[in-house]
Design a protein around this ligand. Structure first.
Ligand code: SF4
Length: 61
């Protein structure tokens, strides 16, 4: 599972980083995927996707 963030949509709210800090990091009000492979270990990416208020996160297979 590969998490992708559409930074054109992201509003930098920080929800994803709070839920899944190993994978997502917000800097300068935009989210960045810092370790996509961590999705396999921490199983928090789906919750991060569901809690993004603007649906900027996509989980690619
Ligand atoms: S939850 Fe969505 S809008 Fe908020 S920082 Fe993460 S990707 Fe951006």
């Amino acid at each position: 599972m590969n998490p992708v963030v559409d930074i054109d949509i992201c509003i930098g709210c920080g929800n994803c980083m709070e839920i899944c800090p190993s994978v997502f990091q917000v800097m300068d009000e935009k989210c960045k995927v810092i370790d996509p492979e961590a999705c396999e270990f921490f199983e928090c990416c789906e919750a991060a996707e569901e809690n993004c208020p603007v649906e900027a996160i996509t989980l690619e297979e």
